[in-house]
Design a protein around this ligand. Structure first.
Ligand code: PLP
Length: 363
């Protein structure tokens, strides 16, 4: 041998996917889904809902809104659901941005608000996360001006899995003009609740018309493919956003299972526990390899691999494992969603095949 192998290695895929997954032959550690699927009770509700799909679920709209409102102890006028929280993010950009307006966000963060903001003609100001991977709210503040329409705070943040302290966000809010809207994206809320620095802006609301909180059924509820997310905000703000939502986006299956999902606290609690164990397993396996992931408050982990991410992403892909995309400017980091024990075994086996991964252990 002795020759320097082309990196990533041009090998045929060797790892057999350990589970059916999405049926596409890949192990999916790329989209921060709940690998365990919905709870058993929700799965049963989905099965019995299939007989209803020839009908529009129009009569369910009020009920869904009320169930979400009851769950959060808010008024129905404070709730807007949509086709995933992605649609809520798009709707917020439509309602509060446009040519001459400005979105302020972190870098890196979840990309959808930025992409939608640009389609409205708005300018995007991206402020690097601070050294603890929290939003640098002080720096974001300095960009706030008359044109600021929307501020996006992803908490916990995707892709870094990190938290921005609750108290800091509250202080930040008090300094903003009344006309600014702040989306606090709590997609990963359920995985973060054990941290003392974190608290939801729905569970502990601040009486502030600027705040829009978004949540989703795509993560801990295991319903990413059923597409339901929502916003909780002041009635006036919900009304402003409602104008832009796709009117008939609710699907007949998710309409039947929302109530079951929200009431299955045992099932969801079990997912949170499992995720905590899976996360610890990952940290242990990473530690053995001298890797130090960023402290995770989610169902995914980001870590510095001290080598460019792109060839590593490609290496995993060749081994039939999809990991998170490249998130500039964190060019030497990879994001890995937590999977089953078998998925993670395959992940570490593929990791150990990286030519420099052994040397890495002697850093
Ligand atoms: C932070 C964040 N917000 C929103 C979403 C979108 O979720 P959905 O449209 O499935 O509700 C995601 C998905 O990965 C996310 O990571």
């Amino acid at each position: 041998m002795g020759t320097v192998a082309h990196w990533p290695l041009g090998v045929a895929a060797s790892a057999e996917p350990s589970r059916a997954g999405k049926g596409d032959g890949f192990i999916h550690l790329d989209s921060n889904e709940n690998v365990y699927g919905p709870t058993a009770r929700v799965a049963a509700a989905i099965n019995s809902a299939t007989s209803l799909v020839n009908r529009y679920p129009f009569l369910k709209y009020g009920e869904i809104t009320e169930r979400i409102a009851t769950f959060h102890r808010v008024k129905p006028e404070q709730v807007l659901f949509a086709c995933g929280s992605t649609e809520i993010l798009r709707v917020a950009t439509c309602a509060f941005l446009g040519t001459g307006k400005q979105l302020i966000q972190a870098s890196p963060t979840f990309e959808d608000p930025e992409e939608y903001a640009k389609t409205t003609g708005a300018e995007v100001v991206a402020v690097p996360l601070d050294r603890k991977y929290a939003h640098d709210l002080g720096a974001m503040q300095t960009h706030v001006g008359a044109s600021t329409g929307l501020i996006y705070i992803c908490n916990p943040n995707n892709p870094t899995a990190s938290i921005t302290p609750r108290q800091d966000i509250e202080t930040f809010l008090t300094r903003l003009p009344a006309t600014v809207r702040v989306v606090i994206d709590e997609a990963y809320h359920d995985y973060a609740t054990k941290s003392a620095m974190y608290s939801s802006f729905i569970d502990h609301p601040v009486d502030d018309e600027r705040v829009i909180v978004t949540r989703t059924f795509s993560k801990v509820y295991g319903l990413a493919g059923l597409r339901l997310g929502y916003a909780v905000a002041a009635p006036k703000v919900i009304a402003e956003m409602r104008k832009f939502v796709t009117e008939s986006s609710l699907n007949a299956i998710v309409a039947e299972v929302v109530g079951v999902a929200l009431s299955d606290t045992d099932g969801i609690g079990e997912f949170i526990r499992r995720n905590k164990d899976d996360r610890q397993e990952f940290i242990n396996a990473a530690g053995v390899r001298m890797l130090m992931p960023i402290d995770s408050h989610t169902n995914f982990v980001m870590m510095n691999i001290q080598h460019p991410a792109d060839p590593v992403i490609e290496h995993f892909r060749m081994h039939k494992i999809l990991i998170g995309r490249h998130f500039p400017p964190m060019n030497n980091y990879i994001r890995v969603s937590l999977g089953t024990a078998d998925d993670m075994k395959a992940f570490w086996e593929a990791w150990d095949m990286i030519p420099w991964s052994k040397k890495f252990m002697h850093h």
